[in-house]
Structure formats: structure tokens, C-alpha cells
Design a protein around this ligand. Structure first.
Ligand code: CO
Length: 467
């Protein structure tokens, strides 16, 4: 028997859909023509920014992420804009000072973000507390997150306690973020029923299709009374991505009571189908469902990345060894969830272990810092051999995080060195520098070059105009 209240639907093709399937390479120019149609659908929100998009705009696409957001705000007339914030890591891969976080949230709010989904890869509540506060201060919707994982210690009791803490620090809603598609349908039903019973704030579900569970999980979440589901338009759905938007809508509604215009959704899907073809070379190798992930818990994007790194080392035959190594390290760290940046840290350490043929013979700096608690509190039991190895390594005294003022001084020096004018006075340019110092300097140097010599793409060969 279908319930009367239907969940809101967040369309994620412009962020997570394209991030999961084509390595976040979609240019804003390929998004703009279809925005008026997406805006008409009636989505509760569209996820458009944050996650890896900020990095990829500067690193690969020669785009300013803030300019992209400005354009989204201008084009979306009625749908709420949503972003993914990595807690204290913001849109980077390490912790930043609260002055940086506050400046970022203020500017993102002013530039048009309505809903901020904030998470911490270690589920350390202290790491999302300040972002929730800053988002609320800017009168925007703060959404706290459970970074979902499975292990003997991740019981419903654990999740409920964390969820209550998130509600208590002032989050306006709660998201279950299942980045690797580990949440099983009946577990989702139980967990969401429990959360609905004990929390006042709305519950959102974000799951990936990688393991083949997502469609069933989303439907059971609906039966348990979920308030909002994330989906991706069908031409950007499945595998590393999400349940298809049209499929989920069709599960809930029959033709005559369907509040969504399926013809409009078909047009949007058709549009993205053509776009996807352009980015073929960035597609991952997964063509269907990967159930091994239920054990290894490796997020999809990370798997193709590691495969490439092994190939570069001439060791591609070691892939399955590498995939088996990841859950071992995760266990040694007390079963942490694998999501940026913990996924990168564990992945790189696994690569080293496999390369050396011995576990923890060498440790990356990030791994040492993770064990030492620099990324947040590790609440599980840490393997005692690993702890002992780390305790014997001399680590420099903890340096204070740089503040916005410190960064501005550094950026000013760089601007003088490279004749970049007074970019350092602009907060958005400054933030590009803070999160991605070398990449953003390259980006601004390129902008200067374009101003002087015109829009030629040197990487693609002389004389090829960027489309
Ligand atoms: Co995701």
C-alpha cells in the first residue's frame, strides 16, 4: 500500500552523476542549454556544486568554480541549489581553519547555494559542527550527514546516536550518505524507520548504484517514510552513479497521478545522452554491477584511479591483491568509512603495501597523520602493530592551521611574482588559491595568457580553438 506523502527528489546529474561517470569533466557550457528544462521539473533541489567539481573546474576545465556557481544561480529561477561540503576539508583534501570555512560558506551562500550537505569522512561530529553553525548563521539550510559504512561496530545504535548529535548541534536535516552503495534495502528500512521515530528533522538518502542495491534500497527507504531521495537522470544513471530519476518516479506514480512531466524528463535525458558521448574517454571500466564492492567498500571513482596507477607502475596484474588490501587497512584503522579524504589515504597506502610486498613497510605522511588523529577522532580500535610503527616515527610538532589573513599574504606575494595584479583582494580568487595553490596560480597565469594572445588551447595543439 503506497503512502500518501511522496518524497522530494534531488537531481544530481550536474554534480555527482557526472562526477561518478565521467570523472567530473563536464564543462559548464554543456550544462547551460538544458538548465531551463531541469528548472521546470519540480525537483526539491539540484545538486550542482562542491565535491570534486571545485577541484576539477580549476585543474582540468580552465573554469573558475565561482563563475560556474554564478551562472547556475542566474539560470535556475526556482529550483534550490545544493552543494556537497567536506566539513572542515571544505572542497579540498585537508583540514582548514575556521576562518577559511566561514569565509567559504558566506561566499557560497551569497553566490546562491541554498542547501549545504556537510560530512566528515571519519564521522567526527566536531568536524561538522562549525560548518553547521556557519550555514545557520547565513540563514541557509544545513544538512548534517552520516557517512555510511558497514562493520561490526556500525550498528543502528551507533547511527542513531550520531544522528541525534547532528540534530542537537542544529542541523536542519540529516542525510545518509552511502557513497559506495553498501546500504541494503531491509537495513535501510530499519535504519530510516528508527531515525524517523527518534528525530524531528527530515531525512535524506543518497546512495550509489554500484553494487546493484540502490533501486531496491530507495524503494524501501520510501516505504520507511524517507523525506528526500537523490537520483540522476537516466542517461547518467546506474553503475558508479545512482538510481535513474525517471525510474524512481515511475516506482511511485502511475501515469494519471504523476506530478512529474515524463516527456520533459525524456528530453533532458536525451540531451545528456548526447553530451555523455563527448566525454567517452573519461568513462570508468565498470559496465554493470560490482558486488565485490560490498566487501572491499572501495568507492567507484577510486577503483579506476588505482587501476591507472598500477598500470603506470607496470603492475596491473596486482589489482585484485590491491582490492583485497583495502579492507585490511580499513579494519586496522577501526573500520573507518571510505570517502574523501580517507578513501585516498587508504587507497594510496594499499598501493604502497602491495608494491612493497609488505604491509606498512613505508607509510605515507597522510596515513601517519590519520593515525595520529589530525583528520579527526578515530573511534574504533586501531591495530596495535600499526599504532606502534606510527609511535616510533618522529612527526613535526603540530603546526597551527593558516588563517585567511595568512593565506592572503601568501597569495599577494604570488600575485606580485607572476604579475597577476590585485587578485588577492578578491575573496573568491583567494579561496581558489587557498584550496589549490599551484593549480590556481597556473589557472590565473593561463587567464593572463588568454587575455594577451586569445583563446587558443595549447594542450590540444596550436590553433585549436576551445569549444
Ligand atoms: Co555520492
Amino acid at each position: 500500500m503506497l503512502k500518501k506523502v511522496k518524497p522530494g527528489i534531488t537531481e544530481v546529474v550536474l554534480r555527482d552523476g557526472q562526477q561518478s561517470l565521467i570523472a567530473t569533466r563536464m564543462k559548464v557550457a554543456d550544462m547551460l542549454p538544458i538548465i531551463p528544462k531541469i528548472d521546470k521539473v519540480g525537483f526539491s533541489s539540484v545538486e550542482v556544486w562542491g565535491g570534486a567539481t571545485y577541484d576539477c573546474c580549476l585543474r582540468y576545465l580552465n573554469e573558475d568554480p565561482w563563475e560556474r556557481l554564478r551562472v547556475f544561480k542566474a539560470k535556475f529561477k526556482k529550483t534550490k541549489l545544493q552543494m556537497l561540503l567536506r566539513g572542515k576539508n571544505i572542497v579540498g583534501y585537508k583540514s582548514f581553519d575556521d576562518s577559511v570555512l566561514s569565509l567559504f560558506i558566506k561566499n557560497a551562500s551569497k553566490s546562491g547555494i541554498d542547501i549545504f550537505r556537510t560530512f566528515d569522512s571519519l564521522n567526527d561530529i566536531r568536524n561538522i559542527e562549525s560548518s553547521i553553525k556557519f550555514i545557520n548563521d547565513n540563514n541557509k539550510h544545513s544538512q548534517g550527514t552520516l557517512a555510511y559504512t558497514t562493520s561490526p561496530r556500525h550498528t543502528n545504535k551507533y547511527w542513531l546516536k550520531l544522528a541525534k548529535q547532528i540534530e542537537d548541534i542544529g542541523a536542519k536535516s540529516l542525510a545518509i550518505k552511502d557513497m559506495s552503495g553498501l546500504l541494503r534495502p531491509y537495513d535501510a528500512f530499519e535504519l530510516i524507520s528508527l531515525l524517523k521515530k527518534n528525530l524531528k528533522i527530515p531525512i535524506y538518502l543518497h546512495t550509489h548504484a554500484t553494487t546493484g542495491l540502490a533501486d531496491a534500497t530507495n524503494l524501501k527507504a520510501y516505504e520507511a517514510g524517507i523525506d528526500n531521495i537523490d537520483t540522476s537522470i537516466s542517461s547518467f544513471s546506474g553503475t558508479y552513479s545512482h538510481t535513474a530519476t525517471e525510474s524512481f518516479i515511475s516506482m511511485l506514480y502511475k501515469d494519471k497521478n504523476n506530478p512529474y512531466d515524463m516527456d520533459l524528463l525524456n528530453e533532458i535525458s536525451e540531451y545528456f545522452n548526447n553530451i555523455r558521448f563527448k566525454y567517452q574517454k573519461f568513462e570508468g571500466s565498470l559496465k554493470n554491477i560490482d558486488t565485490k564492492m560490498l566487501h572491499s567498500q572501495v568507492p567507484g571513482g577510486m577503483l579506476s584511479n588505482l587501476e591507472n596507477q598500477l598500470r603506470d607502475l607496470g603492475m596491473v596484474e596486482k589489482l585484485s591483491e590491491l582490492i583485497d588490501e583495502i579492507p585490511e587497512i580499513r579494519k586496522d584503522l577501526g573500520y573507518i568509512p571510505l570517502v574523501t579524504p580517507s578513501s585516498q589515504i587508504v587507497g594510496t597506502q594499499a598501493l604502497l603495501n602491495v608494491k612493497n610486498g609488505k604491509r606498512y613497510e613505508t607509510l605515507t605522511n597522510e596515513m601517519i597523520e590519520l593515525v595520529n588523529g589530525s583528520y579527526g577522532r578515530l573511534t574504533g580500535t586501531i591495530n596495535k602493530d600499526l599504532k606502534e610503527i606510527v609511535s616510533k616515527i618522529n612527526t613535526p610538532n603540530k603546526i597551527n592551521l593558516l588563517t585567511v589573513d595568512d593565506y592572503r599574504k601568501l597569495f599577494k606575494l604570488k600575485c606580485e611574482e607572476y604579475n597577476l595584479g590585485k587578485l588577492y583582494k578578491n575573496d573568491k580568487h583567494l579561496m581558489n588559491y587557498i584550496f589549490y595553490p599551484e593549480i590556481s596560480i597556473d589557472y590565473y597565469k593561463e587567464q593572463e595568457r588568454v587575455k594577451e594572445y586569445g583563446l587558443f588551447d595549447l594542450q590540444e595543439g596550436l590553433g585549436v580553438v576551445i569549444d
